[in-house]
Design a binder for this molecule. Structure first.
Ligand code: 1AG
Length: 135
């Protein structure tokens, strides 16, 4: 049985988000707004199906997927790119690869204690976000 990421998670830290946005060619004005946002993750995990909502006062983003099945991801409201995205288990870590225009793009989610971690990477940039479970 893999672990369950389901729940509501509130952002605590967001390291190197500016460089991650830059490498995705996000414009300066958008970056200035986005850098100050508190993001909330709402995750619904049901067997091999996963919905992840990223919520903020500025924009929301949502993906729904089946683990192990590649799908077309359109990063609407983020960098607006088309990706071929695949999420798999690597032990208790969710590992995502996002094939597209940008090299070495993807993310990893894992849990440590009551913290949800997210590493977002693209080319040589890594952004590390930590969320705490909302009671
Ligand atoms: C993601 O997480 C990223 C979800 O897929 C959003 C997090 C960061 C934003 C990504 C790139 C920056 C692009 C534009 C900035 C503009 C608005 C920021 C809005 C932030 C809230 C949506 C992996 C997984 C879920 O958890 O897909």
């Amino acid at each position: 049985m893999p672990i369950d990421f389901s729940g509501t998670w509130v952002m605590e830290t967001n390291d190197n988000f500016e460089d991650y946005m830059k490498i995705l060619n996000i414009d300066l004005v958008t970056r200035k707004i986005a850098i100050h946002l508190s993001q909330t993750k709402v995750i619904i995990q049901d067997a091999d199906k996963l919905t992840i909502k990223t919520l903020s006062t500025f924009r929301n983003y949502e993906i729904s997927l089946t683990i192990g099945e590649e799908f077309d991801e359109y990063t609407k409201g983020l960098d607006n790119r088309m990706l071929k995205t695949l999420v798999n288990w690597q032990g208790d870590t969710l590992v995502c690869t996002q094939k597209g225009e940008k090299a070495n793009r993807g993310w990893k989610h894992w849990i440590e204690g009551d913290k949800l971690h997210l590493e977002l990477y693209c080319e040589d940039v890594v952004c590390h976000q930590v969320f705490r479970r909302k009671q």
